[in-house]
Write a protein that binds this ligand. Sequence first.
Ligand code: NAD
Ligand code: WQD
Length: 340
Amino acid sequence: MKVLITGGLGYIGSHTAVELSSKGHECFIVDNLINSNRDVFNRIEMLGKHPISLMMVDLLDQKALADVFRRFKFDAVIHFAGLKAVGESVKNPLLYYEHNLMSTLNLLKEMKKANVKKLVFSSSATVYGDLSTPPITEDAPTSIINPYGQTKLMVEEILTDLAQSDPEWSTALLRYFNPIGAHPSGLLGENPNGIPNNLMPYLTQVAKGKREYLSIFGNDYPTHDGTGVRDYIHVMDLAEGHVKALIYLENNTGAHTFNLGSGRGYSVLDLIKTFEEVNNVHIPYRIVDKRPGDIAVSYADSSKAERELGWRATRGLGEMCEDAWRWEKGLEKSVDKTME
Ligand code: NAD
Ligand code: WQD
């Protein structure tokens, strides 16, 4: 398939591009580098099996996007591009509504004009908020607790309306749980700007000595050790989920929601312990106040994805920790050095 990947230089997009290319698909990436860099493209090309095209286009620039659709005829689109920092979305909601909604509307308009009607969308388990009791199924009620989550739910609704208005549209709304880990080569991984918001990138920076200690946000949650429990999923498993979703869309019209998680919940302390064991490093930590908006426990029921997509997560927490650490350790090396 000829696949347009928006945000394909980002964390999840880059791993998915490699996976698609390895499976023989032709990939076209658009990215405006707002949260990535061009070097990632060289690495995707090294790891993939087929040449990949890159276009530096901002999805907010409708004319530039129209040009992309004029130049190439795609079979499907995977839409990763967007802003994703929950805290920033609370401080600057207009930025998030404008960025995440306008870019998606621009994309959908161009897809419609070009008669490209297959789309995989990056949604998030954040849409479940704090109402549901895990394991969370796709029909659990949604409850939005921040503007970022609101943009995800709004796009899901737009895509559902679109599929209802025109039976030719096929869309997969993938609700990711907590993606962590990196490509096993150590060439691709998560590289957030500034102070990481999420647990794993913070933890790897502590392991490297870049930060003094990890703050654990609360230890009196109703969980087995008092720290928050999440469903961590290896980014390579997630990448494989996107390939399966694309194949599914070939034969299934309508809007389809899938949880992509491992189905297992681990606490912050479980993650630290596993990381220390598999990587033989020490992680200093301190217990601090809970982070506002955090919930105690979240993990997926991903049986729908297993049943309908033929997908399930296969990589365990130890592998996630090993791969994340390999990536972090090699971060400052240039591409050429890393390949030596
Ligand atoms: P990321 O920030 O690493 O990747 C997003 C990419 O999109 C970046 O390369 C960025 O430069 C690009 N981009 C952003 N706005 C753009 C625009 N207007 N035009 C062109 N390119 C643009 O994020 P990620 O972690 O890879 O997440 C990918 C998607 O998955 C996002 O939509 C995110 O909301 C969603 N998601 C992520 C997580 C997570 O924990 N990482 C969890 C659930 C859902
Ligand atoms: C995991 C656990 C924290 C950092 C977020 C978004 C969600 C989705 C995935 C995009 C929690 C604890 C964290 C730290 C800690 N992204 N923690 N110290 O909050 O589950 O989900 O990323 O869609 O929308 O909200 O992930 O990695 O931030 O936290 O103790 O320095 O680690 O309290 O229990 P979260 P996270």
